[in-house]
Ligand binder design. Structure first.
Ligand SMILES: Nc1ncnc2c1ncn2[C@@H]1O[C@H](COP(=O)(O)OP(=O)(O)O)[C@@H](O)[C@H]1O
Ligand SMILES: O=c1ccn([C@@H]2O[C@H](COP(=O)(O)OP(=O)(O)O)[C@@H](O)[C@H]2O)c(=O)[nH]1
Ligand SMILES: [Mg+2]
Length: 239
């Protein structure tokens, strides 16, 4: 039986760091030097971020819920710069960066890469872009990701989108995605769904409580879903 993973009152506490939660899920933990108390990135972010008056959108949802697809439509219509956290990690793996094999194993097992790595990649992309409107797709995945992003960039999202999709539909879409991804197989998808429920729903809950969350029913055609997304940005973009 598939369930709809939309409960916003998770049994798991929202305030604990992910390493414990990942351990609770039975995962081996990728030990990183990272701790939110010992930053290796620039704490509070580069001053240029504050001067740039950025508009940040986080795009969340389970695997296959349509985040990337809707981001492309938002970019076409509203001209955001799209940063997919998963794509940035896959690019790092392909470039044989220092920790590529740990990243690859983490993704294969559906676990979450340490915040230090992901935040650094996102921050670098934001620094090198002229855009002042960013769609950050598939991040933050955990409360620890969220806290690390805020701490190191000094930024918070203006808007958070949550594509709410039944598990059965997400599984069907992922297994038909056909992009040759190492994590698009039934075993990894089951793990990713579990990780989504335990680690990502608390982040969604956090933004819901702060009035930033736009929950969108992600069942329907791509165009039907985009018609629910459009009004969220029309108000600020005049379209
Ligand atoms: N509304 C939709 N209905 C059916 N298939 C969809 C829909 N939106 C996206 N897809 C397809 O589902 C797969 C997963 O979509 P994607 O945007 O990559 O999701 P995510 O980034 O959330 O994992 C892709 O093959 C995509 O073409
Ligand atoms: O902030 C992130 C984003 C992605 N991932 C890893 O990258 C995988 C693929 O992420 P992506 O967003 O591309 O997957 P999608 O949800 O779009 O299918 C995830 O399962 C994680 O293993 C991660 O560790 N941290
Ligand atoms: Mg995606």
């Amino acid at each position: 039986m598939w369930r709809r993973v939309t409960s916003l009152s998770p049994v798991i506490s929202t305030s604990k760091p992910t390493s414990l939660d990942q351990a609770a899920l039975g995962f081996k933990i990728w030990r990183s030097s990272f701790s939110t108390e010992t930053p290796t990135l620039v704490k509070d972010g580069p001053t240029s971020f504050k001067e740039r008056n950025l508009f940040i959108t986080f795009v969340l949802g389970g695997p296959g819920s349509g985040k990337g697809t809707q981001c492309h439509k938002i970019v076409e219509t509203f001209g955001f710069k799209h940063l997919s956290a998963g794509e940035l990690l896959r690019r790092e793996i392909e470039s044989n960066s220092e920790q590529w094999s740990q990243m690859l194993n983490t993704i294969k097992e559906g676990r979450i890469v340490p915040s230090e790595v992901t935040v650094k990649l996102i921050q670098q992309e934001m620094e090198s872009s002229d855009s002042n409107k960013f769609l950050i797709d598939g991040f933050p995945r955990t409360e620890e990701n969220r806290i690390a992003f805020e701490k190191f960039t000094g930024l918070e999202p203006n808007v958070v989108l949550f594509f709410d999709c039944p598990e059965e539909e997400m599984v069907k879409r992922v297994l038909n995605r056909n992009e040759g991804r190492v994590d698009d197989n039934i075993d990894t998808v089951k793990k990713r769904l579990k990780v989504f429920e335990i680690l990502n729903l608390p982040v969604i809950d956090y933004y819901s409580k702060r009035g930033k969350l736009h929950k969108i029913n992600a069942v329907g055609t791509e165009d039907e879903i985009f018609e629910k997304v459009r009004p969220i940005f029309s108000a600020c973009a005049g379209k």
